[in-house]
Design a protein. Structure first.
Length: 407
């Protein structure tokens, strides 16, 4: 496998020459990247080598060591996903579920309109002003405006959230000296936040300021992109697998691969890890609301509504599934998101642009979170065992596991 791993990394870099979104991070030998840029290998040649590498991996006798078994399975599955992405770049079209299975090693459950209507009905009862002429979406947006962070306060609120998330994470997960990240505001993106891992335990986190940012997004972004989310995940992989074990395959991160479900799922579940139970709303009320100039007395009211809306997360999957399968067009997808995910027009249109760019990637956030939670709790990391919970979570972030191995 030590011979196959460099070839895998170089193949990922080769695909990146055909797909600007494919290589999410790379901190291996710089000359490998230069070689990929200089040669721009044809897609059929990349596909042929990927098949040859898979055959070599399958010919390796089953390792006795568990980590080596996980490594072989990981490399094999990542290469299969690479082959699928190459085929898609060559024009192959897959259904939403076929694509997610082949790229991310998972298929999201189907939820009906009735499921989301029941959640909407609960939200209708929770929001003020029911019975008037305003729609539920209009009332929800009016409600959210009361909790929007003024632009000149966003940076201070976000930095306070980051500091708290880091403090809560390093109590349980030791991080290497010198780890850190910088934060940068951007516009014109289809996403709300992004972590660009740089290697040497450093990240660049970009926050999209196109749309208003509500108070809950401070913790969401700080945990998801930073601690104990993407920054911690990539740092642990670099420390424990690349540096300590010499597994060079982890020096590259192909976005459209099973690794993304683990990355996004653990980043979303990491919010619950850092702020279990009522600790999130307590911190927001005591620290973030005053920094944002918002009324702390309404923190629990907003948190109650947030938790209801969170249960609409899978509505985004249904919009993407129908859109990618050709059952609805872009306008129909935006209307679905407005109806069942409570997205206002600008956010719905932004989300459709995200689906255009990343397609079935959307399952990694909600299904990934649920699978990571299931894995952690099935290994003893239940809410009443917080130390064990962190132990299992760290183990997951430091090992080459696949989505299909989380069930």
């Amino acid at each position: 496998m030590n011979d196959i791993a460099p070839a895998y990394v170089k193949l990922v870099l080769a695909v990146g020459q055909h797909d600007k979104d494919y290589v999410d991070a790379f901190y291996g030998p710089a000359e490998w990247k230069r070689e990929a840029e200089a040669s721009k290998r044809p897609l059929p040649e990349i596909a042929s080598e990927a098949s040859a590498l898979i055959a070599r991996l399958e010919a390796i006798p089953e390792p006795a060591d568990e980590m080596l078994r996980l490594r072989r399975a990981y490399l094999t599955r990542q290469l299969r996903a690479l082959s699928t992405r190459v085929a898609m770049l060559g024009g192959k079209r897959l259904s939403f579920d076929e694509e997610s299975r082949q790229l991310y090693d998972a298929v999201a459950p189907v939820n009906t309109e009735e499921h989301f209507r029941q959640v909407r009905d609960e939200l209708d009862r929770a929001l003020p002003g029911r019975g008037g002429s305003a729609t539920l979406l209009e009332r929800y947006e009016a409600f959210r405006k009361d909790f929007t962070i003024p632009r000149d306060r966003v940076d201070g609120v976000f930095r306070a959230a980051i500091a708290e998330c880091r403090d809560r994470t390093i109590r349980h997960i030791p991080l290497p000296p010198g780890e850190s990240f910088t934060v940068e505001d951007v516009t014109g993106k289809s996403w709300s936040g992004y972590n660009w891992y740089q290697g040497t335990y450093k990240s660049l986190i970009q926050v999209n300021t196109d749309l208003p940012i509500t108070i809950d997004r401070a913790i969401d972004l700080a945990c998801h992109e930073g601690y104990p989310g993407h920054h911690v995940y990539n740092t642990l992989l670099e420390k424990n697998l690349v540096r300590d074990r010499g597994w060079i395959e982890y020096s590259v991160y192909p976005l459209f691969s099973p690794q993304s479900l683990i990355a996004e799922g653990s980043a979303n579940f990491g919010i619950e890890m850092a702020f279990p139970g009522g600790e999130r709303v307590e911190f927001e009320r005591a620290k973030l609301y005053p920094l944002a100039g918002l009324d702390p007395a309404r923190a629990e009211e907003f948190d109650h509504v947030r938790q209801i809306v969170d249960r609409l997360a899978y509505a985004g999957n249904e919009a993407a599934r129908r859109y990618i399968n050709g059952e609805i067009d872009a306008g129909g997808a935006a209307r679905w998101l407005a109806e069942y995910a409570l997205y206002p027009r600008d956010r719905a249109e932004q989300r459709v642009r995200f689906i255009d760019q990343y397609r079935s990637y959307v399952i990694n956030y909600n299904l990934g979170k649920d699978l990571v939670r299931r894995f952690v709790e099935s290994h003893g990391g239940t809410p009443d065992q917080p130390e064990k919970r962190w132990e299992v979570f760290e183990m997951l972030l430091s090992s080459p596991r696949l989505p299909s191995q989380l069930t």
